[in-house]
Design a protein around this ligand. Structure first.
Ligand SMILES: NC(=O)c1ccc[n+]([C@@H]2O[C@H](COP(=O)([O-])OP(=O)(O)OC[C@H]3O[C@@H](n4cnc5c(N)ncnc54)[C@H](O)[C@@H]3O)[C@@H](O)[C@H]2O)c1
Length: 354
């Protein structure tokens, strides 16, 4: 198969884990641990080639990607060494004002930003993955616009509404390009686990009364999440995703994060569910999940990239509801995890148009 030429915005923990994941796939082939799909529509992870990367932190800009992914403040769990890449991180565009906490964390490079479209075209990029922080709202919209100008498909892993916004989806449709998003759904993250448990309880006629999921983490993203005003969408996305698992209205609180530096890239989530079983007898569930965020992004992202490439091969444009529902928390159409998995497979097999 032809290579899938990918550009990334934001060389943080998720990007680093993803690139280490590609390296692990090279080393172990089909035997790599924990990958959701090796072959999707004829494409394997070995077909994914990173050709461009953009960041704004001076500890990353100008460095080879293999070095930049291990530069601070990245603190993801290291999965493997990565040999020299021959992709130099270029200076991206900063359109959002960061909070004082973030200004301490990110050391902004003072060189001028590059022309994103020129750079992408010269490198032959065809798909762009947006992995900037959740507080980078205007930056995300800017990069989505640049994807259209450069003729690239767009994967929005950030909780800013692009694929799920009709106006934005229409812009991609008009340009003949696919878009998926929004807000990547981790492989085994708190939102998908919370949804599965609620669906199972509902299936077993348990009446759900109240539920919450609260996070603490030590990654840079956990500091961004402290900026409540800018990351309100993140809380909304998680709350809506959890609410959609129960077929009646239930009080839900989800997506609140606090920062605990010594946790590193690990995220601890406490899920609490209160309900009743037969005869109104009470049930409460307390569940704690601990998992590193970066590694949790790798497998869904590899699948999303191949889904977008397949759409491009078939000349399909606009928001892909199958790939979005399968790999993102806030898709254009939200369905149960099982239906989303079925949609994805039907799309890959050509039985579902989008
Ligand atoms: N499991 C996961 O990791 C996961 C799951 C769901 C969603 N996400 C989303 O993915 C995104 C990335 O997560 P992360 O943990 O890698 O975050 P991170 O903070 O570690 O990385 C973000 C990177 O973007 C860079 N950046 C900031 N502004 C930029 C700009 N204007 N242009 C280019 N680069 C810029 C930062 O310097 C940093 O390197 C977040 O929005 C997060 O909500 C991640």
């Amino acid at each position: 198969m032809a290579k899938i030429k990918v550009g990334v915005f934001g060389v943080g923990n998720a990007c680093s884990s993803f690139i280490q994941g590609l390296q692990l796939c090279k080393e172990h082939g089909e035997k790599v641990e924990g990958l959701m799909h090796w072959d999707l529509g004829g494409y394997t992870p070995l077909d994914i080639e990173i050709v461009a990367a953009f960041d704004i932190d001076k500890r990353k800009v100008g460095k080879d990607l293999s070095e930049a992914i291990f530069s601070p403040p990245n603190n993801m769990l290291k999965l493997c060494d990565v040999p020299k890449f021959d992709v130099i991180v270029e200076k991206g565009h900063l359109l959002d004002e960061f909070s004082p906490d973030i200004k301490e964390l990110i050391k902004i490079d003072d060189s001028p930003p590059v022309d994103i479209v020129d750079s992408l075209k010269s490198k032959g990029a065809e798909i762009l993955v947006n992995l900037v922080p959740s507080s980078a709202i205007e930056t995300t919209k800017f990069y989505a616009e640049k994807a259209i100008e450069a003729g690239c498909g767009f994967i929005n892993c950030v909780p800013v509404f692009i694929a799920s916004d009709a106006e934005w989806a229409g812009k991609f449709e008009k340009a003949g390009l696919p878009v998926v998003g929004d807000d990547l759904e981790s492989q085994a993250g708190s939102t998908i686990l919370h949804r599965w448990i609620l669906e199972l309880l509902t299936l077993r006629s348990v009446k759900i009364l109240e539920t919450y999921a609260l996070d603490v983490g030590g990654s840079p993203e956990s500091i961004h999440a402290l900026d409540w005003e800018k990351t309100m969408a993140k809380r909304m996305v998680k709350t809506e995703a959890v609410k959609s698992a129960v077929p009646y209205d239930v009080p839900v609180v989800a997506g609140s994060t606090d920062y605990v530096d010594f946790l590193g890239d690990f995220r601890d989530t406490l899920i609490w569910i209160k309900g009743t079983i037969f005869g109104g007898a009470p049930i409460t569930i307390d569940l704690k999940i601990k998992v590193p965020d970066g590694a949790n992004a790798v497998s869904p992202l590899m699948d999303a990239i191949r889904g977008v490439k397949i759409a491009m091969d078939r000349g399909i444009s606009g928001a892909l509801e199958s790939v979005s529902a399968y790999a993102f928390k806030h898709p254009p159409k939200s369905v149960s995890p099982k239906t989303a998995e079925n949609w994805m497979m039907e799309f890959i097999e050509g039985k579902k148009e989008k």
